[in-house]
Design a protein around this ligand. Sequence first.
Ligand code: GLN
Length: 454
Amino acid sequence: DAFIVRVSQARQLNAFIVETPEHAIAAAREADAARAAGETLKPLAGVPIGMKDLFCTKGVQTTAASHMLEGFKPEYESTVSQKLWDAGAGMLGKLNLDQFAMGSSNETSYFGNVISPWRRQDGGNAPLAPGGSSGGSSSAISARLCPAATGTDTGGSIRQPAAFTGIAGIKPTYGRCSRWGVVAFASSLDQAGPMARDVRDCAIMLEAMAGFDAKDATSLQLDVPKWEQGLNPDLRGKKVGIPKEYRVDAMPGEIEALWQQGIDWLKDAGAEIVEVSLPHTKYALPAYYIIAPAEASSNLARYDGVRYGMRELPEGANLQEMYAATRAAGFGPEVQRRILIGTYVLSAGFYDAYYTQAQKVRTLIARDFERAWLDCDLLLTPTAPSAAFALGEKSADPLAMYLNDVFTVPSSLAGIPAMSVPGGLDKDGLPLGLQIIGKPLDEQGVLNASLAIE
Ligand code: GLN
């Protein structure tokens, strides 16, 4: 009940698009009844969580923060959300995000910006971005409106908002969590994962969310490890690589200091630190901003005014005109930009120059990591190149916004697990995140090193 009250008191953050207190209460009652009957409790019995509004929830509006899907009530439940309900959790509501998960600041939502509960200490009082695209999730957790939430990460959307708001979040190996029922952005990159206050809560959430699903052809046919039981911050015998290419030009001194602090913490936990090279790192961001829009342009072709959500039908319009009017009104500017970039790089004349090239780069990036694993077990980097910026500071400049993803995108392209964990505060008192990247399927190693930092 406390969480429900807090959600209703913190509406100025705009973290939730829809509130569903009845769902959370039902789960709490069920947990109470099980407790009274002396039954063993489910792993998330009665825990109220937030659901990013990219996960389809049966009978509850699912919008991807777009006008296009306003009012859309799915007939089905996403696999990941169903797994959470099966584990006993209840839903406080659907969380705001960047429209179709495209953005790094939660400023592309049709339902308005989300505000971070953090403020700079120096009196610069401008409201701060909670990061994106999972900005509703990060804002709600850091404001203690919910103990945990779902996120999705295509190029950093779990990790960067976690870093901006001083919480933890893990993107598991591609294929760990089913994509079924999650509104698609870039299918070869999209992964669901948990966001929570600390590493242990992320481990518990991820255990509930992960697992094989026959309805997703890219789902991994593997048992879900007992990550929570396996948590161990002792890193003796582990080698942690520091990729030298992540020392990007003009990296703020504070980020360097944060990184060094992380190195010291991991050494204290017993890890051996080695320098490694990921030579193709600088091509990751351009490759991502070709591949992700290309896949998005294809995935978003389904919004035609017929099958889902809204329809714009001007007087006397024919079918083509109806499509055009619907898509012009239903998609926000960032989504339209991505569709245009995507259709351009896939067009007959430019396909080889852009899309094929980007796919080759993606392979090189994946090989960089494979080579690095010969020398180390995990990698440590900053999560983002800066602390949270003010709302409006970068929204007029897409390139400045895209640069935010420089440290998170390579592991997305490689499909490997990566986690952001709080690393301390900058001189303005704002949180900074450290990122641990692991080998395919080594979520346990990633969680353990993150625990050593936390
Ligand atoms: N900021 C990145 C983008 O806009 C990543 C988004 C995401 O991971 N969903 O594409």
